[in-house]
Design a protein around this ligand. Structure first.
Ligand SMILES: NC(=O)c1ccc[n+]([C@@H]2O[C@H](COP(=O)([O-])OP(=O)(O)OC[C@H]3O[C@@H](n4cnc5c(N)ncnc54)[C@H](OP(=O)(O)O)[C@@H]3O)[C@@H](O)[C@H]2O)c1
Length: 440
């Protein structure tokens, strides 16, 4: 194995993260070279749009618009992909790996959908595929799972892995904003994408959870295995009422291995006690709470997105891969675990069996006997009420009232039955709603 005296990279993508990488490499070249043991040299930068006006972070002499410039250059040691999306990014990565190049990517969507295939290919070609920036931007959770906790058994992962959703819910709580206003603010501040659908629908968090659960449990977790609900149906009323009961509403991602061996995989808004750790991760911050059988609870929190935090993770991956190249230690972290070969095929727990407490909110016309009817529906599904609050009496005549209940622990299947039946009561206005109450 040759030891290059410098680590030569080809950068695919010069957007938010790509420019962050160029800035970091420019400003910290000396320190990085010391820590890696060799300087990093950017050989090419490839973007898509020749007409875009670029700042001087992107050196004109290195910029081109043809990915083959990187993929066909035998002098490139590491291909860094920060283009995003499934295609053409997937083809770029395949081609880089097939050409024997080391690869670093920040692309969670691609890893969640095709990680298995890419990692299998990388192992066959004896190249490294690193992806620290793909989950929770600047938080080094991938390295913690792959290396720091390599000897532990992960009992559960609970986290907030979508900064936009966390920002929106935090602003609804702290500033009393309605969902659309909080989201607009997140967009104006640059937290949310121009199209924030993937963030608020839970899709982005599901990508990240699939990657984390795959690493934590050595089982190949697919997106379809994750129960996903977005925060887009949480209203200002829910936030206020939850608070009155001593809870914050947070965008949770949970992966747990149950005693049966099945995995519990969920992304959804949840009420968590105000005093809990995750309730206090505010604004656009992310956090992952890992519970190891040996280490116990271990919390990582920080910025899950943004040019420099994300670029930092990418560049640290380049340093790691570069060290492997310099020492000839390719394939140092076996990827078998990521491919799910070390365990039985994954078993996912039927979401209907998940037992937890629930927050139920019902809007109704104020009619005599209403509470009795509601209690009857809950009783039919064996769901018992722990607390109940009725709001809005004494308002304008025939203005709907809101009934909020916290239930004792009940299976999700029963709660779905309750919601279905409640919707049939003639007094009910709109759709009754349930939000899980979870450990935070
Ligand atoms: N932004 C974050 O905070 C963050 C955090 C964690 C992970 N990530 C991940 O990082 C990746 C990049 O995100 P980003 O925010 O930097 O995206 P971005 O700002 O949209 O940048 C994408 C870059 O890729 C280039 N590109 C797009 N299609 C291309 C093609 N067909 N061939 C060559 N270049 C192409 C674009 O070229 P033009 O400049 O010519 O348009 C642009 O430079 C994504 O996978 C994202 O999920 C981002």
């Amino acid at each position: 194995v040759t030891s290059p005296r410098r680590i030569r990279i080809g950068l695919l993508g010069a957007g938010v993260v790509g420019q962050g990488i160029l800035e970091l490499l420019r400003d910290h070249a000396g320190t990085i070279a010391e820590r890696l043991g060799a300087p990093i040299e950017v050989r090419h930068v490839v973007a898509r749009d020749p007409n875009r006006v670029r700042n001087d972070l992107v050196p004109k002499a290195l910029l081109s618009f043809d990915p083959r410039v990187i993929l066909d250059d035998p002098e490139v040691d590491v291909v860094v992909e920060v283009v995003g999306g499934l295609e053409p990014a997937g083809t770029f990565l395949r081609s880089a790996i097939e050409g024997g190049r080391q690869v670093v990517t920040a692309n969670k969507a691609l890893l969640a959908e095709r990680g298995h295939e890419l990692i299998t290919l990388a192992e066959a070609k004896r190249v490294d595929l690193y992806f620290e920036a793909a989950v929770a931007g600047g938080i080094p959770i991938i390295r913690v799972l792959r290396e720091a906790l390599a000897s532990d058994r992960i009992v559960a992962l609970r986290g907030i892995v979508n900064g936009t959703s966390n920002y929106v819910l935090s602003r609804m709580r702290d500033a009393g904003l309605a969902f659309p206003d909080a989201l607009r603010e997140a967009q104006e501040l640059g937290f949310a994408e121009a199209d924030p659908t993937l963030d608020v629908s839970g899709g982005d968090a599901a990508h990240k959870l699939a990657i984390l659960a795959t690493l934590a449990y050595g089982a190949q977790v697919h997106l379809d295995d994750v129960t996903v609900e977005g925060i887009d149906e949480v209203t200002a009323t829910d936030v206020v009422l939850a608070r009155r009961f001593g809870f914050a509403i947070k965008p949770l991602a949970v992966a747990r291995k149950l005693a049966s061996g099945a995995l519990d995989l969920r992304v959804h808004p949840a009420l968590v006690e105000e005093t809990s750790v995750l309730a206090n991760i505010s604004g656009a911050l992310n956090a992952v709470y890992v519970e190891g059988a040996m280490v116990g609870p271990c919390l990582l929190s920080g910025l899950g997105a943004g040019a420099l935090p994300t670029a930092m993770s990418v560049v640290s991956d380049i340093v790691d891969v570069g060290r492997n190249l310099l020492t000839g230690a390719r394939g140092r972290v076996p990827s078998r675990a990521f491919r799910g070969e070390s365990l039985e095929p994954i078993q996912v727990r039927d979401p209907a069996e998940h037992r937890t407490r629930f927050y139920l909110r019902i809007q109704s016309q104020d009619r005599p006997g209403l509470l009795g009817k509601i209690a009857g529906v809950l009783g039919a599904f064996d769901v018992s009420i722990e607390q109940l609050v009725q709001e809005g009496r004494g308002g304008a005549e025939d203005a709907p009232i809101t009934v909020v209940m916290l239930t004792h622990e009940a299976p999700e299947g029963a709660i779905r039955g309750v919601l279905r039946e409640l919707a049939f009561l003639p007094q009910i206005v709109g759709r009754p709603k349930a939000i899980r109450i979870e450990e935070g």
